[in-house]
Write a protein that binds this ligand. Structure first.
Ligand SMILES: [Zn+2]
Length: 502
């Protein structure tokens, strides 16, 4: 049956083709000329994309460049390539222009003449991380909020995050303009997928759009798609009617929708056609018995995180998501902040905060150690993500630099890696979650997300063996983006005291 169906479609297309050729015959010369012109344009585009987009001379971006050769070879390095395959020791990775041209064992890969060779024994390389919940704003203890147009792009790129989705915007034009500056080669930073302002219903935060009708949802989506947003972010109080309309209109405009849900459960959002779901267990109201339609139950984090992850109810959520191809975004670094007895992991984060922000954060942290949620609930949220992954779901990750301010852009993405390891992922799996899976969600996997020949050269080089020591992910030395190597420590040094201000 299926074969017969394909045959008839092919036959039909061939028939159409023949007919068209016949009717088009008089204009054949013009069409041929057009075809030549199109081919010429295509080949110009292909050669343009083959060389790296180098930072503009004298720009802020240029001030961080450490490696800027046309051909570069990383030699003697351990590769965790993002495919989920095992780590490979003593590898050679060749970059030509902006692409990886070869990856293989030392002695099996020819290093092109004239290449700049970096001797990197004792180092690990992973793909550029893809952060799926990576705001360009920051909120912190004491009601603080700031757009981090200066510090966030440096923190992300310097930490090895070469692609971000902003996943909810407070100042969308600041983000669209920053994206343009980065693409121009003027300012350092990751590739940016801009998300529109949040959509919710009454009771949301003051920077969000409180949708009152499906018509308003559609108008909102058309406007932001036209301005250059490629994702929408639904927030906790949104009603199903407006969410459904927003998703439908987004798909008509060729953009996608994710959500930090509550009033609509995970399975309800999947039925409405959502493309991605943020945060995992603490925000899923699938397990709130007696919940009214469009009701966000109070105390959801406390109730949801006590659900048995091996229960049939959880299996039903995963089946709905996996059958519909809906990935989940892990944001463990921001959740960790609300649980008792978790260490202040990262002196670099405290140094990066403005002094008053640091003071309020540390006070908040001390309070949480006394009265925060019990750590078992965090462990259960981790187990939920591992179970989703093991069931065949696509789990990606992002930092979400909000809450009391302890999860910083970039540093929090690195912390996500460590927390995935704590949650039972192998190093190869955790690298895949923070790189390849994010690239899949953003539909850029053909170009990004793994260390493989043919991919764009977005690479994170760190000292140490990441397979033996998860904290090696903090020791980034050089980050390649589009084939250009940036000096990570220099970039990170420049944000000292700036987080919470600029
Ligand atoms: Zn968020």
């Amino acid at each position: 049956m299926a074969v017969h169906g394909i045959d008839s479609i092919t036959g039909g297309m061939m028939a159409m083709h023949t007919t068209r050729n016949r009717t088009a015959a008089p204009g054949g010369t013009a069409l041929a000329a057009l075809a030549v012109a199109v081919a010429a344009v295509v080949s110009v585009l292909a050669s343009a994309s083959a060389s790296a987009q180098r930072p503009l001379d004298g720009s802020q971006a240029a001030s961080y460049v450490a490696v800027n050769a046309e051909t570069v070879a990383l030699r003697g390095i351990t590769v965790l390539d993002g495919t989920g395959g095992p780590a490979l020791q003593n590898q050679t990775v060749v970059i030509e222009g902006n692409r990886i041209s070869a990856v293989g064992a030392a002695g099996q890969v020819q290093i092109p003449a004239g290449a700049e060779v970096m001797e990197l024994s004792g180092h690990t390389v992973i793909p550029g991380m893809v952060g799926l919940h990576n705001h360009l704003y920051y909120t912190a203890a004491g009601g603080r909020a700031a757009q981090l147009t200066y510090s966030a792009p440096r923190l992300y790129l310097g930490s090895g995050v070469t692609t971000v989705r902003t996943t909810g915007s407070r100042q969308p034009f600041a983000e669209l303009n920053l994206r343009a500056e980065i693409e121009r080669g003027s300012v350092p930073g990751p590739r940016i997928h801009v998300t529109a302002p949040y959509i919710t219903a009454g009771g949301g935060m003051s920077t969000m759009t409180m949708l009152e009708s499906p018509e308003q949802a559609r108008r909102f989506v058309r406007y932001w798609a036209a301005e250059g947003a490629t994702w929408l972010k639904a927030y906790t109080n949104i009603r199903s009617e407006e969410l459904g309309a927003a998703i439908d209109e987004a798909h008509k405009q060729g953009i996608k929708v994710t959500g930090h849900l509550c009033s609509v459960s995970f399975t309800e959002a999947v039925a409405l056609g959502i493309d991605n779901i943020e945060h995992g267990l603490p925000t899923n109201s699938d397990y709130s018995p007696g919940r009214a339609e469009d009701e966000c139950p109070s105390g959801l984090l406390a109730s949801a995180t006590q659900v048995d992850v091996a229960s049939p109810e959880v299996a039903a959520t995963f089946k709905a998501m996996i059958d519909a191809g809906v990935p989940m975004t892990s944001t463990l670094a921001v959740y960790e902040l609300f649980f008792q007895g978790r260490p202040v992991q990262d002196a670099r984060s405290l140094d990066a905060m403005a002094p008053a922000v640091r003071e309020d954060y540390l006070a908040s942290k001390a309070q949480i150690d006394e009265t925060g949620y019990p750590v078992e609930w965090l462990k259960n949220a981790m187990a939920y993500e591992k179970a989703f992954h093991d069931a065949g779901g696509v789990l990606a990750a992002g930092v979400d630099p909000t809450g009391n301010g302890g999860a910083l852009p970039g540093y929090g993405d690195q912390r996500n890696y460590e927390l995935l390891i704590e949650g039972g992922f192998s190093p190869a799996e955790a690298v895949k979650v923070v790189s390849a899976n994010g690239a899949r969600v953003l539909d850029v996997f053909d170009d990004l997300g793994t260390v493989e020949a043919g991919k764009i050269a977005d690479l994170v080089v760190m000292t140490g063996d990441l397979t033996a020591d998860p904290s090696a992910i903090r020791n980034v030395t050089v980050v390649f983006k589009d084939g250009v190597g940036y000096d990570s420590p220099k970039m990170l040094e420049d944000v000292r005291g700036r987080v919470g201000i600029s």
